[in-house]
Unconditional design. Structure first.
Lengths: 610, 339
């Protein structure tokens, strides 16, 4: 058989194994290596809620999908070209993600009778799954790893743990990746603390590479050239890291300290972890006793003159709702980041969804408006976190930034910006004045009150959850309450003046406008591009700002006969648009499976609606 | 440096507690204490912030001409925590009640104490929910008949002192509302203490729990039923100061000088600065009629505060970090160039 090296524009690889098999590390190493190589890249870890579910069972399978391309890549890909399955359960759990011409690489040593039984197979697993027509490579990876490291001096358990590196070596061969990056990673990780681990790890990954080259089972190898990306310095970044950095950047721009009070919750925890690292930049973080203390410490810090931030996921947002109302009432700057997961209640902690939108918009007692916005890709989390903080600080309002598990854990290359290119942030700090300070007097244009920080002489005042008048005096007066309710809503509505208008990608008028929000941007964009390549004319608009809606939304929608709202819930943006901008015909495409859209299913849905 | 008087701390808001409410006395004591606190600490009154939750006592910030935050039920401790950690130079005072601090806000209360945030927490304990018109609280005595316990409560109350000491609190003091001077005295001690200072004020709710503390607070019997503890002084009480506290094995007992051969040498001396909790816990737990109720500063021990440790950690990390700007942060780690 003639070995061929095939040039590919796109390759999707899914690494899957037991929770303890090291597949998240293997996947991220492959991804980072590809990023440095210059490929377009998008990743998505798909892991179970259990830290170590029973070994070898389907519920314990942890996966990491990497999409690399010779162009800018905007999703982790629908179906994979290579599935690495470290055991039968991993094969079973992921067979549905196999592309039609996919290659399957399995660890043959795990496909023994016991392993097959644990995954619920009774006969040939490939036949049972109906995937026997794919290219299947069965490699005795345990045995090969043991042989490779027989003289390493490591104990048998440590040797076996290195099998993910052997597998990574094989994947590197299949996709023509030089091993330099992996070598330098191994040195960086082990050289100081565990120098004895450096050469065994290098050896096992090299042996994996050479083994794949030596066997005849791999018909073709693939090459994905670097993408033509905009010039500049790049790094790989996850959504949660980008949120943390965006908040740090905004606080620095505004010249106020950053304070984050937060409680660990999947999939938002790594924002708190990331912020906690950066004490060098004056960031103060508190891991509080509960979700409520997270937001309340942040509100206290905002009152003290900091940018108060709290980070959470759906169940935590529910717990914070009363305190969110306090931030609305006291008109203090606050950023709440909700990295959404499947709900309701504990729901699907490690799976992605967009089902907290209604809670974000409405989930408080009384009339309690706040700014709701959403990030659309891992790297976009930086800009949106920066903007959320800018709006909160300049408009004296809580801002709820919706992210998604898919964005928070996913990563993509990011062109590193210069902070000089970002806009100034100017909080409305109260100035010393003659006579008493009236905390709820408003700027005539923006209706924003000014921010008087303890320590400033002559500006002593009281805020609180009870209704007050402009002077800050408690008031049960019916007309005053009506006025304050109206002004709080109008203040948030006027944030729209600072927002970029809604843009429509494609023809500016027509029969159908495809609409999405948040983290579905990449999938919808890919689907739209696919349809355009087929010669169809498709218009698409994506919402990053939901309350208030961006300027020009009504006009843009009115140029289309029907609006197809695509979202990962049962129709929450559609409901918001119907009530906010009636008079348009909205149709829906929804998915609530704890999974992202597939670009192919979106393309089908749009095709049907056209 | 400005000097202040009581008047400087009075806001223009009309005080709207019921006539005869014990909260007036604590407010008055705070307005008397704060000019001295500012003087001692060399701060202006703009450095003083009063935070509260929900309940009658939590209206207090509106009556103070300082920065103030009247927050939501139970959460004042968390809000005050964020405020103090964000700006450790502020003098933070918290008004809270037995329901606010010990029921809905119990979690924040014990965690602030555990972290030793430098807050001055004034816990108004009237053993009743007053603002919602008379339901039992976590400090209501067993059997208390209220609207939600028409046949008497069947649950044991918290003793705030044991809760504070059980959380290894660094400062606990107690006063009766009717003793404004003692209220002021413990406020001054609390302000000097670096860490969470919990002051329990036994206040009377004239409408829904009138006389709840009168067994010990009535003028004619107060001296015999309470004991004011001061560091380094003998634990003596009674109208003639002949009664005192002594140890009987592992327990405290009340003795009288001159009876059964007891001399002043047998009377214990109070050590508020002693780190060992044992005796302080027994003092905080004393209940009349077996014992006099302990007033004054029961515990006051030094310990690092959370916010100072955070501040120091920020400085230390900054000193050894190579990243000092956001641009440096964004360019740190694995970065590659596209040309």
């Amino acid at each position: 058989m003639q070995h061929k090296v095939i040039d590919s524009q796109d390759v999707v690889i899914r690494f899957a194994g037991d929770s303890g098999d090291g597949m998240q590390l293997t996947g991220s190493l492959f991804a980072n290596m590809s990023a440095v190589f210059g490929n377009g890249l998008s990743t998505f870890p798909d892991y179970p809620a259990e830290i170590r579910a029973p070994k070898g069972t389907v519920s314990g399978v942890s996966g990491f999908q990497v999409h690399i391309g010779s162009h800018k890549v905007s999703t982790p890909g629908d179906y994979c070209d290579l599935l690495v399955a470290m055991n039968p359960a991993a094969l079973k759990a992921n067979a549905k993600w196999l592309g039609r011409t996919a290659m399957i690489l399995v660890n043959g040593d795990a496909f023994d009778e016991a392993g097959l039984a644990k995954a619920g197979f009774s006969g040939d697993p490939f036949e049972e799954l109906g995937v026997e027509d794919r290219t299947i490579i069965v490699a005795p990876i345990n045995k090969l790893t043991q042989d490779s490291l027989a003289d390493s001096g490591l104990d048998p358990q440590s040797i076996l743990k290195c099998r993910n590196m052997f597998t990574l070596g094989m994947a590197c061969y299949i996709y023509s990746r030089p091993l330099d990056y992996i070598y330098s990673y191994i040195e960086g990780k082990f050289a100081k603390k565990h120098p004895e681990m450096v050469s065994p790890n290098k050896k096992v990954v090299t042996d994996g590479f050479n083994y794949a080259a030596a066997i005849q089972a791999i018909p073709n190898t693939y090459k994905v050239e670097p993408a033509q990306l905009e010039k500049g310095r790049y790094r790989n970044i996850t959504g949660n890291q980008a949120v943390a950095w965006g908040l740090i950047a905004a606080a620095s721009k505004a010249g106020v300290p950053l304070f984050c009070g937060s409680y660990p919750i999947t999939p938002a925890t790594s924002i708190l972890e990331e912020l906690a690292i950066h004490k060098n930049l004056g960031v103060k973080t508190m891991q509080t006793e509960d979700e409520i203390a997270g937001i309340c410490t942040a509100i206290g810090a905002s009152f003290a003159g900091s940018l108060g931030v709290t980070t959470t996921s759906g169940p935590g947002l529910s717990l914070k709702s009363e305190a969110l109302g306090l931030a609305v009432m006291t008109e203090l700057p606050l950023v709440v980041v909700d990295v959404q997961r499947g709900g309701p209640c504990t729901g699907l902690p490690t799976k992605t969804e967009q089902s907290d939108l209604s809670e974000a918009l409405y989930g408080r007692n009384g009339e309690s408006p706040l700014v709701v916005m959403a990030a659309s890709s891992p790297a976009d989390c930086f800009d949106k976190a920066f903007l959320a903080a800018k709006i909160a600080l300049e408009h004296m309002t809580p801002v709820l930034l919706l992210s998604e598990g898919f964005l928070g854990n996913g990563s993509e290359p990011w062109r590193i910006p210069e902070m000089a290119d970002y806009p100034a942030i100017c909080p409305p700090l109260a100035q010393p004045q003659e006579g008493p300070f009236h905390p709820f007097e408003r700027n005539a244009d923006t209706l924003v009150r000014s921010w008087a920080v303890p320590g400033r002489e002559g500006l002593e005042h009281r805020v609180g959850g009870l209704e007050k008048n402009h002077f800050g005096v408690l008031s049960n007066d019916p007309d005053n309450h009506a006025l304050m309710v109206r002004e709080r809503a109008e203040k948030v509505a006027r944030v729209a003046a600072d927002l970029p208008p809604l843009t429509v990608d494609g023809p500016q008028e027509g029969d159908l406008l495809v609409v999405g929000w948040g983290g579905t941007a990449g999938h919808i964009h890919t689907a739209v591009e696919t349809l355009r390549a087929e010669g169809l004319s498709v218009s698409y608009a994506h919402f990053s700002f939901i309350n208030p809606l961006p300027p020009g939304t009504d006009a843009a929608l009115s140029r289309f006969r029907r609006i197809l709202v695509c979202e990962l819930n049962s129709g929450q943006l559609a409901a918001w648009l119907r009530s906010s901008l009636p008079g348009h015909e909205y149709i829906q495409y929804n998915k609530v499976q704890g999974q992202t859209f597939l670009s192919v299913e979106l393309a089908d849905a749009i095709r049907r609606a056209l | 440096m400005k000097t202040y008087t009581l008047k400087d701390f009075k806001s223009d808001q009309q005080v709207r507690w019921c006539p005869g409410c014990g909260d007036y006395a604590v407010l008055a004591a705070l307005q008397r204490a704060l000019p001295k606190v500012c003087q001692e600490q060399g701060i202006g009154k703009e450095q003083v912030v009063v935070v509260s939750g929900i309940g009658c006592s939590s209206r207090l910030p509106y009556y103070m001409n300082t920065y103030g935050f009247h927050s939501i039920h139970g959460r004042a401790t968390a809000i005050a925590t964020g405020l103090k950690v964000a700006n450790p130079s502020l003098s933070v005072w918290q008004a809270t009640g037995d329901g606010d601090a010990l029921a809905i806000g119990g979690n924040h209360f014990i965690h602030a104490i555990r972290r030793n945030i430098d807050l001055n927490i004034m816990l108004f304990n009237n053993r009743i929910y007053g603002m919602t018109k008379g339901q039992y609280s976590p400090t209501s005595r067993l059997g208390t008949v209220t609207k939600t316990s028409p046949y008497g409560t069947v649950e044991e109350p918290f003793n705030p002192g044991s809760l504070v000491l059980g959380s290894k609190g660094t400062f606990f003091a107690r006063s009766l509302d009717v003793d404004v001077l003692l209220c002021e005295e413990i406020m001054l001690e609390a302000s000097r203490h670096k860490g969470t200072s919990v002051m329990e004020f036994l206040t009377n709710c004239v409408i829904f729990n009138n006389g709840t503390h009168s067994d010990i607070s009535a003028p004619q019997t107060r001296a015999d039923r309470t004991i004011v503890l001061r560091d380094g002084q003998k634990m003596l009480f009674g109208s003639d100061r002949r009664k005192g506290l002594a140890l009987d094995g592992w327990r405290l007992k009340v003795v009288t000088i001159g009876e059964d051969g007891v001399t002043e040498d047998d009377i214990l001396t109070h050590h508020a600065h002693e780190d060992n909790l044992g005796l302080q816990m027994m003092l905080a737990d004393m209940r009349w009629p077996e014992f006099p109720v302990a007033l004054g500063v029961i515990r006051d021990v030094p310990a690092p505060t959370y916010e100072e440790s955070v501040r120091v950690q920020c400085e230390e990390v900054a000193a050894r970090s190579r990243v000092h700007t956001v641009d440096e942060l964004l360019g740190s780690g694995a970065v590659w160039e596209v040309k």
